[in-house]
Design a binder for this molecule. Structure first.
Ligand code: FAD
Length: 405
């Protein structure tokens, strides 16, 4: 067992940290306020090999490990604690990787090199208006007609549709559709890459509109209504009716990186808090001298360290799984990835609430930015890539067994 990063990993961490400080930190508040666009940051990330980070160099990827991806997600979140940039990074790490594993060569050769250049988007369209947790129960239908799959239904809270429409190539969404009866549950689920725009040409049969978020407002999320939207059969990922496991694999990867991003935002809030409590003098002493504050700081620091170790473990297991090393199964990754998301996201929420208390009343105003970071972390507390209860369900099912259902 080795708890230190390799020289290569440490240098990489420092380079992402520097990139964050120079090009992201100066804009994060403007990004959150809509005065700056993610489209201005994407080329910079692409230049640094951070778009499609784990993809093969054949497609312009960096062939980075998932551990390095976790390191990058933490650093990007430290630079943009409202989480728009790290969410972009992690989506474009997890879902293009799934496309690389399961798409036909012709699709990979067309889309992935454009993605790594920052000209295309790949996201996930899973959640529906009647719920997102029960993926096997999803209702959006795909019917094969006249040589094409035709999609009907509604996906809700899909991140990035409006950005994909603005990128030069466009982009697609790993879309979870039903290709058999509802009663067949996960055995009738297929994943397809539904292209909203391909090679500059906008697809037909869909409508979209962004919602207005409370937080992480630099990366838009909205609905995707599918009303006869066509999908070329080549854009089916894996086998028809074999999509449930593919979708779960993508969620497992994404959750570990979400944990890493939550740690970055928690570390940033805690650092802001430390400076404040050392300098804020009340009753003639810095408030750090009151143990109700310094002990809480110590406890949150310990939890941060523990959550980071769990994220690293999940990323390390993911790397070993994909290298075919050892006896690691996808269920191990699901289990530890869910643990990482629980610990890191709940830590970020607790840190945000505590640091706001240390700042006192001024934390309630935009003069102090802690609430911006807290609202970003909240996106992963209430939803996005599986709720915290669903993480508990995954762990309980893995450890206790099917009796939990
Ligand atoms: C900012 C943001 C961005 C998002 N981006 C995307 C995206 O790009 N693509 C996408 O597909 N989705 C996206 N989502 C949606 C997200 O994945 C869903 O919110 C999430 O999966 C939960 O679905 P739901 O909100 O419909 O809650 P529901 O599934 O309706 O669940 C409601 C509540 O019941 C609880 N619950 C459900 N089942 C159980 C159970 N068995 N035991 C205990 N409690 C249970 C849940 O934990 C939750 O608290 C995004 C969400 C947010 C907030």
């Amino acid at each position: 067992m080795d708890f230190s990063l390799s020289r290569e990993e440490a240098l990489f961490r420092d380079s992402v940290r520097e990139l964050g400080e120079r090009y992201i930190r100066p804009h994060w508040v403007d990004l959150d306020e809509g005065r700056y666009s993610l489209l201005d940051i994407i080329p910079r990330l692409a230049e640094h090999g951070l778009v499609g980070f784990t993809l093969s160099s054949k497609y312009g990827g960096s062939e980075g490990s998932f551990l390095m991806a976790a390191i990058a997600a933490e650093e990007l979140a430290y630079a943009d604690p409202s989480l728009a940039v790290p969410v972009y990074f992690l989506l474009e790490t997890a879902w293009p990787f799934i496309v690389q594993r399961y798409a036909k060569d012709s699709v990979k050769e067309e889309v992935l090199p454009r993605l790594t250049k920052g000209e295309a988007w790949i996201g996930i369209a899973s959640t529906e208006p009647q719920g997102g947790s029960d993926v096997a129960g999803e209702r959006t239908e795909a019917k094969f007609m006249n040589g094409k799959w035709v999609l009907t239904g509604e996906k809700n809270m899909v991140t990035g549709v409006s950005i994909a429409l603005k990128l030069p190539y466009g982009g697609g969404f790993v879309t979870i559709v039903r290709t058999g009866p509802v009663e067949a549950r996960h055995r009738a689920i297929t994943t397809m890459l539904f292209m909203v725009k391909r090679n500059g040409v906008v697809n037909t049969g869909f409508e979209t509109r962004d919602y207005e978020e409370w937080g992480r407002r630099g990366i838009p999320t909205g609905y995707l209504r599918l009303n006869g939207a066509p999908v070329d059969p080549d854009f089916v990922l894996g086998e028809v009716n074999g999509g449930f496991k593919i979708a779960m694999e993508g969620f497992d990867i994404a959750r570990t990186l979400i944990g890493a991003a939550a740690i970055g935002t928690a570390r940033w809030m805690l650092d802001q808090g430390r400076e404040w409590i050392k300098n804020r003098v009340v009753f003639g002493k810095p408030i750090a001298s009151y143990q109700s504050i310094s002990f809480k700081y110590a406890e949150l620091s310990a939890r941060l360290e523990a959550a980071r170790l769990m994220v690293y473990k999940a990323a390390w297991l993911t790397d070993r799984f994909y290298r075919g090393e050892g006896s690691i199964s996808i269920l191990d990754i699901a289990n530890v990835g869910a643990m990482a998301k629980i610990l890191a996201v709940e830590l970020a929420i607790d840190v945000g609430l505590e640091v706001m208390k240390w700042f006192g009343g001024i934390s309630y105003f935009k003069e102090t930015p802690i609430a911006r970071a807290l609202l970003g972390a909240l996106s992963y507390y209430v939803g996005a890539e599986g709720t915290q209860n669903i993480m508990r369900l995954i762990i309980a099912r893995n450890i206790i067994g099917r009796e939990v259902e």
